[in-house]
Write a protein that binds this ligand. Sequence first.
Ligand SMILES: [Zn+2]
Length: 410
Amino acid sequence: MTGIGFELLATDGRARRGRVTTAHGSIETPAFMPVGTAATVKAMTTDAVAATGAEILLGNTYHLMLRPTAERVAQLGGLHRFMNWNKPILTDSGGFQVMSLSDLRTMSEEGVTFKSHLDGSRHHLTPERSIQIQHMLDSNITMCLDECTPFPATPAQAESSMKLSMRWAKRSKDAFVERPGYGLFGIVQGSVYPELRAESVAALSDIGFDGYAIGGLAVGEGQETMFTVLDFTEPAMLKQRPRYLMGVGRPSDLIGAVRRGVDMFDCVMPTRSGRTGQAFVRRGTINIRNARHAHDERPLDAECGCPACQKYSRGYLHHLFKANEMLGPMLLTWHNLHYYQDLMRELRQAIADGRFETVASALEARLAEGDVEATTDPLGKPPKPQKQNRPPKAEKPATPNTADQDTTDE
Ligand SMILES: [Zn+2]
């Protein structure tokens, strides 16, 4: 095997059931990749991450090149061994976080020079250097360095940014050392403009990659626009290669994107939200810090098999967050990752069974229903009469849902 393998096992409408094979094992798709920023999925051991069903993790080049450095990770046996994760790993190129985290960036045709957000030290990231770093990390899926076009962008801005990314994609391909079980993905840019997305898909297909990512989305354009971009971008993409939608997203984003032919996803939402008390459940989202959970004996989600749901009540989880106990973020992170993997398992099964639309619509309908209120607190004051007939209030999310991408230090 050269590069990474991809087998398209079934399709249902535009939804695809597939399998990616790498030197460290295979990944059933559609797949969700938890984000392991600094060689750790925050608040989780790798055994726990694997127990949720995750088959691949994402590592961040930007964070790892600054600390502990790619050279150190290589000296300690590569990222798999370093973090005790023997399954596939995908690394990003570092470009997105250079743009969002570092100071004093200077962009040129050659690459980007920036100051570390950790200690102010100066670094230079080029397509070649990014590929070299990801090689040292021993990443199974390497991403090309690109410029994530900001949103909104004028057609002229989006075009020059996309064209720079295409030149960098060619340089990335030239720098990539091919070996069995390791692959390189190109990244489609072009903002919200159909001609530019089409030109980007064609340019990348000419160069030839193991897989194709769709970049520049989940940057504030909104779900409807994101789906529109997928609708005009996906049909032009090669059928026999995996498609990866970067930085997405909420459960409803995943369902809608799988419907539109996407195979792979990553997002900090389940982990970051879990740490701040937001749980993703089958009926939408719950903010466990909300007072209404204090006396609630029910689990977060009665259908979930994770330890947080099997062994603990909402009342206990609420208490942990109120008391700032570290077990709270650990259990909610575990639950959120488990829920995301359950969702992907269900979608994969639905595609294999030829029932995608039925299952997806049912999942979407339940997500829209919202949480069911608990009964009255036996230790609390009786509810005020004027509030009794009000519909349950939508809970304020613990974290904003608009920008899904990793703009802070996850
Ligand atoms: Zn759970």
